[in-house]
Design a protein around this ligand. Structure first.
Ligand code: QUE
Length: 353
């Protein structure tokens, strides 16, 4: 393994009565590796039982962006060369980290400053305080690489108002900080310039968090996504992908036409997976059940041709011209989806820590 993929990719220290975790892999926009996941789990478990720690800050160290996602070149390599063993191990432990954050009984403050995508949403989404800034760009872009909105994405997206979550899951649309606050994906909107002061104040008195964040909050600009919400609810109303495509085509307006073109670049297989996933998530009794479902999906989707092809097109060759297989939504059968969602052998099912 390279030096970059090491435990130093997570900085963990205590300031005052606050545990402070910083993602520190700036050359890869802090995309997550298994050692980073393990370092965060170890710190959170230690701090959970440490009476000297009252709260946790989760942010990124140097460089721009909070977290771009996961180490998808590594996951692709595993899919192609070891049958996905290493990739499934990564998903298993990453989802355990997501679940640990959601069930953590001390407050966690996630600073979603800059790019917050995929695995980054998996860290911030389950955090009690989710701070957006004018630089926040939040998205679940996985259908563009033949993956699906995992790391709890099905849980958060399916529970957003109206059909916004379906729109985000299918198109990978980027929300800015104002959009995130409007949608409830962020709890606070702070100017980037106030973040250092906010962290210092939280470290000095984490018990005063609500007052600190309110005092330093700014009024965001109007949320652009709000103007689209009604159109999204209407055109993404169905859980059948073909219906959504037909509604966009029938509308014919500028927004619908652009959105239809965007969907034309996404993996038809994983778009259908995402719609079934979000529907299934609403039937999950708790977040653990959701993560068990996502692990089943991830274990299968990883080995499907679209994932290796999507990562090739977007990250390796950068031609942005993936050849999806199946190539059309109609060719993605219910039998294929059933196989992707089927239970795993009992000893392979996902379980929380
Ligand atoms: C979809 C994704 C990811 C992505 C692009 C997608 C993802 C991810 C990265 C990424 C970007 C820059 C890096 C890096 C990874 O891009 O999960 O290491 O430097 O991590 O369309 O899911």
């Amino acid at each position: 393994m390279s030096d970059e993929i090491s435990a130093e990719a997570i900085l963990a220290r205590i300031g005052g009565r606050v545990g402070h975790l910083s993602l520190n892999r700036p050359k890869a926009l802090h995309a997550l590796t298994l050692p980073m996941v393990r370092a965060m789990i170890a710190a959170l478990l230690a701090w959970r039982d440490d009476p000297a720690v009252d709260a946790v800050i989760l942010d990124h160290a140097e460089g721009r962006g909070f977290c771009a996602g996961g180490d998808i070149a590594f996951l692709r390599d595993s899919a192609l060369n070891d049958g996905g063993v290493a990739a499934r191990q990564f998903f298993y432990e990453e989802y355990q980290l997501n679940h640990l954050i959601l069930t953590y009984d001390k407050p966690i403050f996630a600073f979603m400053d800059g790019i917050t995508m995929g695995g980054g949403v998996g860290l911030a989404g389950p955090s009690r305080y989710r701070i957006a800034t004018e630089a926040t760009r939040l998205a679940m872009p996985e259908t563009g690489i033949g993956l699906f909105p995992d790391v709890g994405g099905g849980w958060y997206l399916s529970r957003l108002a109206g059909r916004l979550g379906r729109y985000m899951a299918l198109t990978g649309a980027r929300l800015d900080g104002a959009d995130c606050l409007w949608a409830g994906l962020a709890t606070h909107f702070l100017p980037q310039a106030a973040l250092a002061e906010a962290k210092a104040a939280l470290i000095a008195d984490p018990g005063d968090a609500a007052a600190i964040l309110n005092r330093l909050s700014a009024v965001p600009p109007p949320a652009k996504i709000a103007a689209q919400a009604e159109t999204i609810d209407r055109l993404f109303a169905s859980d059948r992908y073909e219906d959504i495509l037909a509604a966009l085509a029938a509308d014919g307006g500028e927004w619908a036409t652009t959105t239809l073109a965007t969907l034309g670049h996404k993996s038809p297989q994983t778009c259908k997976v995402a719609l079934r996933q979000l529907q299934g998530s609403l039937a999950c009794a708790d977040f653990a059940a959701n993560m068990a479902m996502e692990y089943r999906i991830g274990s299968r989707v990883l080995l499907r041709p679209d994932f290796a092809e999507g990562v090739r097109a977007v990250i390796i060759d950068k031609d942005h011209a993936p050849k999806w297989n199946p190539a059309t939504p109609e060719a993605v059968t219910d039998d294929l989806l059933d196989a992707i969602f089927a239970p795993l052998p009992a000893d392979e099912e996902w379980k929380p820590l």
